[in-house]
Each structure stands twice: as C-alpha cells, then as structure tokens.
Design a protein around this ligand. Structure first.
Ligand code: C5P
Length: 232
C-alpha cells in the first residue's frame, strides 16, 4: 500500500456579497497581498502538502494576475475554473477535476479562501492528529460565549447550552473517496464535516486558532491585518 498524500483544495468561487466591495472578497488586499494569495502561499510553503488546487468561477477575471504575481506558485498550485453556485458545489466540482491526480485514500484539506490567517503550524497540527484517523476531522474552536437563539426581531428566545459546542473552521480534512461520496449524497451542507456526519460518521475536532477566522464583513479586514502583520 502506498503512503497517503495530502492535497489542499481551496474553494474561491464566491462573490462575498456581505463585504460590499467591488472585487470578490478573496481578492481584497490584506497586509500587502490578496486574501487568496496568503492562503495559496501558506499551502505552497508547506512540506506536508503535495499539491494545491484552487477552484474559481469560470468568469473569474483576477486569478490569472494573482498567479502571475506569485511565480513560485506555478508548480505548486493548479487553478480549476469550475466553481459552482454554492460552496458545496464548488468543492465537489473541484474534487471531480482532481480525480486523475489523487487516490481514494489520499487526504484532501478543504480550506476557505476567506481564512487568510492559516499557518503552517495549524496545517501540521491538523495532519498530526488525523494521519491515522479512520474518519478525518477539522480545525474548530470551543465556544466560549453564552449562546442565544434569536427571533426575527433580534430578541433572545432562549439560551442555548454551550457545553460541547465548537465553531467549525477550515481546513477540513477527509480522504478523497469518502469526501466525494459524502458531498455527492448530501442535499445541502455548508461544510464538509456536516456531509460526513450525514453518513453517520463523527469527524474529529482539532483545536484551531482565533487568527484563522473567516473574513465576512468589511470590518473584519482590519483584524486580519493585525494577525497577518506578525502577531500570532
Ligand atoms: O461565502 P462564504 O464566506 O461562506 O464562502 C466560503 C468559501 O467558499 C469562500 O472561500 C468562497 O469563495 C467559497 N465559495 C465557493 N463557491 C461558492 C460560494 C462560496 O467556492 N459558490
């Protein structure tokens, strides 16, 4: 049996409507380079990662320039212009396009383009915990705030017990064959782990980091810059 390899798959085909910016949010400059470049540079610099695939929309007008500016990415990153209408569809389309290069037992680390705070240490920590795991897992953070369920008026209906609650991050790391099967079977999911859960399996939660948060709103950019300019 060959030793499983580790591949990164970065869905970057969203429009980021909540950012209210002219360009898609994955191309917004943060600490001197586009958000997506941070992510691709980190995976490209990782000795653990055999190769990275990035999924963009067929109409993406920015990825070519980004790849040209990062010449070192040429041998380490493949652009797949097969983005779908949802994140799930973009990931699934990417998995289909990768199939010639990846075996069913190889691991795929799916990571949001909108999380530029990922580090080599976080990638290594995830792989170290999961390399022998039967299911796979994801980076996540235990919830520390008291959780409220709101009604349509923004009033608290109830307090939700936070015991055992974690906030999911990415990368989410599963074997290629299992991940593809899970995403093909589930109707709708917002992350890979929930598709795996729908198969009755239990992904392992591995401690992530606050710096790996997902940039969603315009004010998130300033916080990301603090993390990316050297504070960790
Ligand atoms: O919009 P949101 O922040 O949840 O998107 C998470 C990730 O999924 C982003 O990297 C985004 O570009 C990607 N995405 C995608 N295809 C879509 C929607 C989102 O690749 N149709």
């Amino acid at each position: 049996m060959t030793t499983p390899r580790y591949f990164a798959l970065v869905p970057a085909a969203g429009v980021g409507a909540r950012m209210e910016s002219a360009s898609p949010k994955q191309y917004l400059p943060i600490a001197g380079k586009p958000m997506l470049r941070h992510v691709l540079d980190t995976f490209a610099a990782s000795d653990a990662i055999a190769h990275t695939f990035v999924v963009v929309s067929a109409s993406d007008g920015y990825i070519h320039e980004l790849m040209n500016e990062g010449m070192h990415l040429a041998n380490r990153v493949t652009v797949l212009s097969c983005g779908g209408a949802t994140r799930q569809q973009s990931v699934l389309n990417g998995l289909h396009e990768m199939r010639e290069q990846v075996g069913n037992e190889d691991w795929v680390l799916v990571h949001d383009a909108a999380r530029p705070g990922l580090t080599l240490q976080l990638i290594d920590a995830l792989i170290d915990v999961l390399r022998e795991d039967a299911v796979g897992g994801l980076l996540a953070l235990p919830v520390v705030d008291t959780m409220k369920r709101a009604d349509a008026d923004g009033r608290a209906l109830a307090t939700v017990a936070r015991d055992g609650l974690w906030a999911a991050q990415t990368p989410q790391m599963f074997r290629y064959g299992l991940l593809r099967q899970a995403l093909e079977q589930v109707d709708h999911c917002t992350d890979e782990a929930s598709a795996i859960e729908a198969l009755g399996l239990h992904p392992k939660l591995v401690a992530g980091s606050p710096r790996n948060f997902k940039i969603t709103l315009p004010q998130d950019v300033a916080l990301a810059e603090i993390y990316l300019k050297g504070f960790s």
